[in-house]
Ligand binder design. Sequence first.
Ligand SMILES: Nc1ncnc2c1ncn2[C@@H]1O[C@H](COP(=O)(O)OP(=O)(O)OP(=O)(O)O)[C@@H](O)[C@H]1O
Ligand SMILES: [Mg+2]
Length: 250
Amino acid sequence: MPIISIEQLSFTYPDGTRALDSITLHIDRNETIGIAGPNGAGKTTLINHLCGYTLPQSGKISLMGTSLTKETVDIIRKKIGVVFQNTDDQLFMPSVVDDVAFGVRSSGLSAREAHESAIKKLQELGLDHLAKKPPFHLSQGQKRFVAFAGILAMQPQVIIMDEPTADLDPRHRRTTMELIRSLSDTTRLIVSHDLDFLWETCGRIVLINEGAIAADGPAHDVLADESLLRENGLELPLQLQGKNNRNPPV
Ligand SMILES: Nc1ncnc2c1ncn2[C@@H]1O[C@H](COP(=O)(O)OP(=O)(O)OP(=O)(O)O)[C@@H](O)[C@H]1O
Ligand SMILES: [Mg+2]
């Protein structure tokens, strides 16, 4: 049974924008799946559905065998970890360590245990120097990496990341890539415009364009198909572009 099952999901915003158009997608346990598509394709709208932030208008979603409804959304939310595209929606506690501990507490730990576990995770990721800072004083890249630390500390069965490499410097991008790869007993869904990052981390790619699935297949097929990518407003990952195609800077 797939761990995430989406059946004919459609969604129209109140202003009439049809953001999702009959999306059907099944994701297996421990799969790493990349979602790509041009700006405005509907990727974040889809993620907002998977984390229960938006409930389906038509179609169905089930996570871990439970149908996502008003009644089940709170239970399901505790089982999945989401790093949002806008991290300001995510970090709201007075300090970084409190923020990381907040997520850990949802797994049933006491306040002290959650604090200790948060400190440990921040140390592991080299973020302990930020522990006492208010999250709103962090740089954008620091916010994104702290949000990721919080999700990792929760050890969820499913991790969803919307643009995880936006604002990250090369070192933090590499660390994020290695951490995602190491989570082999976690289902990972990564939305990104960074197709090189998806190439390095994902076995399967789903292309979304104008709210609909334009392609779904192995990463080595989808990300290497230049005309498919171009038709959907994307370009080959840099590492698949022939060296001859690279022009020197002017
Ligand atoms: N609150 C809203 N009200 C009306 N339209 C919206 C709203 N939020 C998003 N949209 C529209 O829905 C469509 C899908 O937006 P969405 O944010 O899901 O795209 P995206 O694929 O995540 O884009 P990006 O790559 O820029 O993050 C866009 O046309 C957008 O303008
Ligand atoms: Mg988005």
